[in-house]
Design a protein around this ligand. Structure first.
Ligand code: TMP
Length: 211
């Protein structure tokens, strides 16, 4: 792949969306072609699945159904948008990717390693080069989200669920040390953005980095 695939992960309310926009500006200023996208979503089919997944009315949704729908949305997203953009040499910035499924469905819903397996199938070998993990305790993220917007079906889960998501991320960053960059998300927007820019520049300079 000629491009660079960068994902942003973290608990709800950890500031991923703000930071992804700021990194996009930096990449554009550096002359890269940038594709900014999100999960679940990013293509018409995947956005339709997103609406199904996040509708607070769908309280009866089974955990396995949920995991398969996230994986299905991702399969379409990778095939239609992410892989073609990487083949063209773009920087692809994605708000959440398969680590979200492992943290939310694998750890917090308790579905375990099957979630990784179905997602390996969904992405067909397309994996992030860098994953920025926005590190913010679940309670702080939940408070930020509650103050800012109506809560979707996943955001409405209780603090026990969101603490399990956080623990899932803590394990993922140890398992995938070579691509995870953990960012202290309790700092100011500009401090965080500065660290992310520096990490990106280091990666591009050496096409590798270490924590
Ligand atoms: P967003 O609020 O970051 O757009 O994500 C929507 C919700 O979906 C969020 O609560 C996290 C959740 N989610 C999963 O549970 N599994 C996944 O694979 C993804 C991508 C998101």
């Amino acid at each position: 792949m000629k491009g660079i695939f960068i994902t942003f992960e973290g608990p709800d309310g950890s500031g991923k969306t703000t930071q992804i926009r700021l990194l996009r500006e930096h990449c554009l200023a550096e002359g890269y072609d940038v594709v900014m996208t999100r999960e679940p979503g990013g293509t018409p089919i995947s956005e339709a699945i997103r609406a199904l997944l996040l509708d607070p009315a769908h309280k009866e949704m089974d955990g396995v159904t949920e995991a398969l729908l996230y994986a299905a949305a991702r399969a379409q997203h990778v095939a239609e948008k992410i892989r073609p953009a990487l083949e063209k040499g773009c920087v692809v910035l994605c708000d959440r990717f398969m680590d979200s499924s492992i943290a939310y469905q694998g750890y917090a819903r308790g579905l375990g390693d099957d979630v990784r397996v179905i997602n390996e199938f969904a992405v067909q070998g397309t994996q992030p080069d860098i994953t920025f993990l926005m590190d913010l305790p679940a309670a702080a993220g939940k408070a930020r989200v509650a103050a800012a917007r109506d809560l979707d079906r996943l955001e409405q889960e209780d603090l026990t669920f969101h603490n399990a998501v956080y623990e899932g991320y803590m394990q993922l960053k140890e398992i995938y040390r070579s691509r995870f960059v953990t960012v202290d998300a309790s700092r100011s927007i500009e401090e965080i953005a500065e660290e992310i820019r520096r990490r990106f520049d280091d990666y591009v300079a050496g096409r590798s980095f270490s924590q």
